[in-house]
Ligand binder design. Structure first.
Ligand code: LLP
Length: 430
């Protein structure tokens, strides 16, 4: 990641000091780098430049319209999992023909929206879903383009909450049933079979589980072709991991070589659905230190961001690098601290027993690798307006999602007539 670097003693996003943004926008805020987004997309596109492949950015990782538009301008497609994400992809400038629609629970309305948008394909995850899609598409002139998402029953060796490729997970159609379901799908008039989709999990830092799954998928694809079943496209999902602290994930080149080897000789188009690998290291979360709180047991650095802004550490025990925005000498002393947010849960922790230079109230910290599954998973828990989002491009920056005000949050609620009519404080007063 070359986009977040120290210059003149302060951490910059490209050529903008994060401290300047903090002053003007307030903390906490997410900051994304256009150059970093471009670099990671470029690496992916280059790795597959010699084959027919569409890189369908998985919007779930970061669905800010500016991020989507940045990728759209680079030629990306999109992987969406809801009608809302479909709308975002289209408004972001991604053409329907480059959109794939994944997910185990697509509603009829969402299917209709996607048919209206003329998407590239539905990744269908069950027989009942296939039947409903057939019904809806049969009322139209064109059949729905479909890949069956196959569950290859392979453990992904990642956090259990984000592993999707074993038979106990809710995802995909059992690989043992694939031929049978595929053959019966061919008889459905509203379905146009395109191929197979697979996604075994996220933040994979090793190629082995991908290989195991893709081997099975390649066998299945050859089997389908041998039986004369339609097979023009393979969607290999996302999942390539990134470095948060000290992980050593394979690069996209090694991943692409492995794909080339396993699917050698198969004349098909490819779709990839990377999310984290495109945005994870393109963003940081900037937060201010509120208090240094010493207890008899520990030292807590209480910051103004919390689990409502970045849930990953609380939900998955995920480690994110934390660095002071003001440069510190390598040989400056360190202390062992817990970095925590203000939310009233003990689990509202960004780091436990982390070694950091001495900090004081008002210091800024950058929480790294926060571009993926950060802002999108935020909430207003504890009635805390979630962090603002900022996009940097060279020496310029823009707020791409303003921080909601407390009035915005209150305005989302409404009072039923029986409560609105009585003045709460005056009850019984008359
Ligand atoms: N395609 C499908 C069908 C998926 O389910 C996912 C992620 C992706 C693509 C993108 O995967 P990626 O390339 O980003 O690994 N909130 C979790 C991650 C959830 C991933 C869900 N599915 C986290 O913060 O780690």
């Amino acid at each position: 990641m070359t986009s977040f670097v120290y210059r003149n003693g302060a951490l910059n996003a490209e050529r903008v000091p994060l401290g300047r943004i903090a002053k003007e926008v307030g903390t906490p805020f997410y900051c994304y780098s256009t150059a970093a987004l471009g670099e990671s997309y470029g690496a992916f596109a280059d790795a597959f430049a010699d084959r027919r492949a569409t890189i369908c950015y998985a919007l779930k990782a970061n669905a800010n319209l500016s991020v989507i538009r940045t990728f759209a301008n680079l030629g990306a497609g999109a992987d969406v999992v809801s009608g809302g994400e479909l709308r975002r992809a289209l408004v972001g400038g991604i053409p329907g023909k480059k959109i794939v629609f994944s997910g185990v629970g697509k509603t009829r309305d969402e299917m209709a929206l996607a048919l209206d948008a003329g998407i590239l394909q539905f990744n269908v995850e069950s027989v009942p879903e296939l039947e409903i899609l057939n019904e809806i598409a049969s009322e139209r002139d064109e059949p729905a383009p479909v890949a069956l998402r196959i569950n290859p029953d392979v453990a992904a060796n990642t956090h259990e909450k984000i592993a999707t490729g074993t038979r106990d997970s809710k995802f995909g159609i059992d690989i043992e049933r694939a031929l049978e379901v595929y053959a019966s799908a061919r008889e459905l008039p509203g379905i146009s079979l395109q191929g197979i989709a697979v996604h075994i999990g996220s933040q994979l830092t090793d190629l082995a589980p991908f290989e195991a799954a893709f081997d099975r998928i390649a066998d299945l694809a050859r089997n389908l072709l041998a039986r004369g079943l339609p097979m023009v496209r393979l969607d290999l999902g996302g999942g390539l991991g990134i470095r948060y602290v000290d992980e050593d994930p394979p690069g996209v080149k090694a991943y692409a070589e492995m794909v080339g080897r396993i699917f050698a000789g198969l004349e098909v188009e490819f779709v990839f659905e990377p999310g984290r690998a495109l945005v994870g290291n393109s963003g940081v979360l900037v937060t201010s230190v509120l208090y240094i709180k010493e207890t008899s047991a520990r030292t807590f650095v209480v910051v103004d961001a919390a689990m409502n802004d970045l849930l990953r550490p609380s939900l998955y025990g995920a480690d994110h690098a934390i660095t002071p925005v003001a440069a510190v000498a390598d040989d400056s002393p360190r202390t062992t601290v817990d970095v925590v947010g203000p939310v009233c849960e003990t689990g509202d922790v960004f780091a436990t027993a982390r070694s950091l230079p001495p900090l004081a109230s008002g210091d800024l910290l950058a929480i790294g690798s926060a571009g993926a599954y950060g802002a999108v998973m935020s909430s207003a828990y504890n009635t805390r307006p979630p962090a603002a989002e900022v996009l940097v491009k060279d020496t310029a920056y823009a707020v791409v999602r303003a921080r909601a005000t407390i009035d915005d949050l209150l305005a989302q609620d409404s009072l039923p007539a029986w409560l609105a009519l009585s003045n709460a404080g005056a009850r019984g007063a008359a």
